[in-house]
Design a protein around this ligand. Sequence first.
Ligand code: NDP
Length: 510
Amino acid sequence: MSRQEGGGPWGNHGFPHVQLTEVERRKSAAPAPAGWDYAPAPEARDVVTLRERYGHFVGGEWLEPQETYATISPASEEPLAEVGQATPQEVDLAVRAARDVFENGWSALPGSERAKYLFRIARILQERSREFAVLESLNGGKPIKESRDVDVPLSAAHFFYYAGWADKLEYAFPNRKPRPVGVAGQIIPWNFPLLMLAWKIAPALACGNTVVLKPAETTPLTALLFCDVVRQAELPPGVVNIVTGDGRTGGALVTHEGVDKIAFTGSTEVGKAIQRELAGTRKKLTLELGGKAANVIFDDAALDQAVEGIVNGIYFNQGHVCCAGSRLLVQESIYEPLISKLKRRLTTLRVGDPLDKNTDVGAINSRMQLDKIEELVQSGRDEGAEIYQPPCRLPEKGYWFVPTVFTNVAQSYRIAQEEIFGPVLSVLTFRTPDEAVEKANNTMYGLSAGVWTEKGSRILWMAEKLRAGVVWANTYNRFDPSSPFGGYRESGFGREGGRHGLEPYLRFDE
Ligand code: NDP
């Protein structure tokens, strides 16, 4: 039977050929739209209920803080809540609570029992994912589509993943008799508040430790909401303790005698200070610090895909990413077409309200971070780099920075050497693979890198030569709980994620 006769797939759906042509003709007569305007698509803010004031979460209870400060929304500068600034005495109470439950029950619990709690936490995070996503965007400034699709699901995935290891430690480390370390002091930054919490707490608990965690000063709210999850999961009081505050609180945790291990993610400067502080003590230490990753594009790469990878590499989370692809290395022969595609793509990025589902680039996390970005961008201009910023209308209140590309960058410029931690890309060029490797490795950091080429052999060759903890090939910023993450050189030491991520939370009687 022919299509015109109404049979076959077309006929069954009532779209005979004649009608289709009519539809097409009518469509082509309509004027082509001049541009795309996105109507606002705000995520409901009322899924989050904030308290006026939060204390510290110690031994399963809220401890009334001695001092407080206001945490704000960086997109509007409005105060969201008062939170505690933990004193050394309050940190001490948290460490004691963690020690008490470690010695009186938790560390002796069979792994299969600990796993049940981790599974519960993972499930509750999934159930309350919308609430967590909205709060993360509200307090941190990141676009809701990122907190909804990346931060929260990956956080739950970490708890699921490490729940699976809790009763298999003997198999992960055969003949090494793994035992928990004790009380872990964990200090996290503001760029991925909930995800960094998950990276820290999930493996620590899976190994039988207890924790005292300090979120960053500017982004404490999802960690405080997590305390609700801990209670809902009926985790024994004291296994997870959260103390909020600034660097002084972090310092008190680092130096506390009752802490057996420090896990830190943040700046290289503070990481070095912590390492100096702990040198010669019995405390274990892992440091996940800064980066200045090279994203290397060879002339045989699929250019449009590479442009998406570049954008994801540096503008994801406003560039507040330790492994951001902040140095773009482009093979000279494709420099012109690639940069013109990239600039065109930049004009389509939507900067604005983090709670709008259309937003690609949200608010800068704090006034201080914005000042740092502005200062480094000015240095790029002064040193002679060429700046490109797409036309962009920024909200009047809050902290914002237009996605930026610097071309004509020399390796010695500060914007090619220092971590900007903002939506700013520095472009350099190379001619040969050897030159690409040399330039990519010309940094004090060694956290991550990207390679774009269609040749598998070149990917493997580059991965071997690049001095970076993670090398992505034809993709960027891709995370999975089963994959270890961490750096070389001034990017720190120790691994988080995967089986490797268990080791820092264990000691071995060999
Ligand atoms: P910090 O290294 O200061 O902050 C990380 C965490 O450490 C926060 O919880 C912080 O508290 C805490 N902290 C600060 N001082 C001490 C101390 N002396 N002892 C113990 N803990 C401390 O990073 P910043 O937030 O100041 O950001 C500065 C720069 O660091 C950024 O511009 C960026 O370049 C880089 N950075 C890198 C990150 C990464 O993942 N690699 C993450 C964050 C920042 P508080 O929040 O109160 O300062």
